[in-house]
Design a protein. Structure first.
Length: 138
């Protein structure tokens, strides 16, 4: 399975870092095309709420998932004008089946009731470079 998931949330990063890494709705399409081009990803999706920003990506066959995760972190740091070390220290990543498990758990297992209320009341932005558009998540 060529799936990686990486991001930051209220447990891994201070609010100041989360604010700097958030994607505005009008940024998502361009950012994903840029990430797919620079990091050589097959597909990518951004999930951004007031408590988390995550990128889920399908990497090309033959790629080393840990290397691609590191490249996406470096891309995200560069895109948001952060140091790679700062973002790496505040981020988490999952690979293969663990990435899929994380994707399934995100909407179903909030870290706390307060986080659940905040996540579900905040705008959620998702986008895919295949559609070249971003829109609020359903």
């Amino acid at each position: 399975m060529n799936l990686i998931a990486l991001g930051i949330n209220h447990n891994s990063a201070a609010v100041e870092v989360r604010e700097r890494v958030a994607f505005a709705p009008e940024q998502v399409g361009e950012a994903l095309v840029h990430a797919c081009t620079i990091v050589e990803l097959d597909e990518a999706v951004v999930l951004s709420t007031c408590n988390r920003t995550e990128i889920y990506a399908v990497v090309r066959d033959g790629s080393v998932l840990a290397d691609k995760s590191a490249q996406v972190i470096a891309w995200m740091a560069n895109y948001h004008h952060l140091s790679v070390d700062e973002l790496r220290a505040a981020s988490y990543h999952h690979e293969a089946e663990d990435a899929l498990r994380h994707l399934v758990q995100v909407p179903t297992v909030p870290a706390s009731e307060a986080t659940a209320k905040a996540d579900f009341s905040c705008p959620k932005i998702c986008g895919s470079p295949r559609t070249m558009e971003s829109r609020p998540a359903a």
